[in-house]
Design a protein around this ligand. Structure first.
Ligand code: AMP
Length: 193
């Protein structure tokens, strides 16, 4: 199963991806997680990406496509993967098509979680509260100011990715405002699982 989860920040992509990992025993490839790991490790990529990420902007296509190309080539991704947070621009979606064709792989489904934008700030604030309660460190971009920029990036650059896949007849949409278990069930139906 090769699957893309699309949706704005706070839509529930990470939560649903974690459940799909369990069900299909395939890795979740989150460019956000990989970039945060690079920032933490202080790699060259991390140093380049940090300021952009903290402000809520998008890291360059070149960097994220490079990260995904390396990750998809790893052995655990051979049986399939769930892309979470990638592609975020049409250029990334096109680069992914080229990458997959080169590896003789194809996507099985692209699922978009549709959510009411008004609910997103509360979800992001809730994630920050839960992180603190669990003794973790809150993401530098999980605040109202950065969310505004993240939503602007989403509208301008990522919404066209949905149109890109819809144009190919490959896009399934799921109501991301439903309770978590219902969203999971709707995703299973959408991907024929
Ligand atoms: P996420 O964890 O998916 O919300 O991503 C956190 C941040 O990482 C984003 O706001 C971007 O700054 C950066 N990022 C993650 N994935 C991508 C991507 N595919 N393209 C560009 N920037 C990305």
């Amino acid at each position: 199963m090769r699957l893309i989860l699309l949706g704005p920040p706070g839509a529930g992509k990470g939560t649903q991806a974690a459940r799909l990992v369990e069900k299909f025993n395939i890795p979740q490839l989150s460019t956000g997680d990989m970039l945060r790991a690079a920032v933490k490790a202080g790699t060259e990529t991390g140093l380049k990406a940090k300021a952009v990420m903290d402000a809520g902007g998008l890291v360059s296509d070149e960097i994220v496509v490079g990260i995904i190309a390396d990750r998809i080539a790893e052995p655990d991704a051979r049986r399939g993967f769930i892309l979470d947070g990638f592609p975020r621009t049409v250029a990334q979606a096109e680069a992914l098509d080229v990458l997959l064709a080169r590896m003789d792989m194809r996507l099985d489904a692209i699922v978009e979680l549709k959510v009411d934008e008004k609910a997103l700030l509360a979800r992001i604030e809730n994630r920050a509260r839960e992180t603190i309660a669990a003794g973790g460190t809150v993401r530098a971009d999980d605040n109202a100011e950065a969310l505004k920029v993240r939503l602007d990036s989403y509208r301008a650059q990522t919404a066209p990715v949905s149109a890109y896949y819809a144009g190919k007849g490959a896009l399934k949409t799921v109501d991301g405002m439903a309770p978590i278990d219902d969203v999971t069930a709707a995703i299973h139906r959408a991907i024929g699982a």
